[in-house]
Write a protein that binds this ligand. Structure first.
Ligand SMILES: *Cc1c(COP(=O)(O)O)cnc(C)c1O
Length: 233
């Protein structure tokens, strides 16, 4: 078995244990394999080990990889999620080439994605990225502005508003990890009380996925625990 297959198995065990501890079924949490900086060969190894959903941060790198994977495994269903910062002049390839976009934080971006999502495709699944770290982070909509943005995005055609995404400040303390994820969960619950019908909480990475699952994550985005350390050089 390849290293990636072994690591996928180990991550699955971690997810399973976290679900069991939280009294949640394993099926309540989807593993998104974050393949940024790794080549199509790594993605193909993961696909051959049974993984079908991948997250990417850098648009051009992602488009090249999506094409290479499609050419190497024609007919294999692979789900691509964009989880990186979005430039407003580069929304079209997101609207045409991805199944999910987790990092919507402004109405203008959502409007462009809605306009550019081809009519022949199912609605683009989107999450709103929430900034729960305040000034420590520049990304994400402020909690106070979330409900208004959700209302506007939910009204757009060709988009399916699925939920919230967050990247809390890294913290090694599990109680503090949980407190941050609990804030996202509270915002999610409030939106659902207001009738939004959201089903997705995208939170938790290699170092804090247990805490995220304890607080209700439905998608964990895991990179280094599957593919190894990233080399940005
Ligand atoms: C890189 C990245 C991840 C994966 O991080 P790991 O610590 O390698 O698991 C998850 N989410 C986002 C938004 C990322 O940019």
């Amino acid at each position: 078995m390849s290293t990636i297959a072994h690591k996928l198995q180990a991550v699955d065990s971690t997810i399973q244990a976290a679900c069991a501890a939280a009294g949640r079924p394993r099926g309540a949490v989807q593993l998104l394999a974050v393949s940024k900086t790794f080549g199509a060969d790594a993605v193909l190894e993961a696909i051959d080990a049974g993984q079908h959903a991948f997250g990417e941060n850098y648009l051009q790198e992602a488009l090249d990889k999506i094409a290479a994977v499609a050419a190497a495994r024609p007919g294999t269903a692979v789900e691509w999620h964009f989880i990186g910062p979005i430039q407003s002049n580069k929304t079209r390839p997101l609207a045409t080439g991805f199944d999910w976009v987790h990092t919507v934080e402004r109405l203008k971006i959502a409007q462009r994605l809605a306009e550019q999502r081809p009519a022949g495709l199912s609605p683009l699944n989107v999450c709103l990225q929430v900034n729960i770290s305040g000034e420590a982070s520049k990304s994400g909509v402020a909690p106070a502005e979330l409900a208004a943005l959700a209302q506007q995005v939910a009204a757009l055609p060709q988009l399916a508003l699925r939920g919230l995404m967050a990247i809390p400040e890294p913290d090694t303390d599990v109680a503090r990890q949980r407190a941050a994820f609990a804030q996202v969960r509270a915002l999610f619950d409030q939106l659902n009380q207001d009738g939004f019908g959201l089903d997705t909480l995208s939170m938790g990475m290699s170092a804090d996925l247990g805490a995220a699952i304890a607080e209700g994550a439905t998608i964990v985005r895991v990179g280094s625990a599957i593919f190894g350390a990233r080399n940005y050089a």
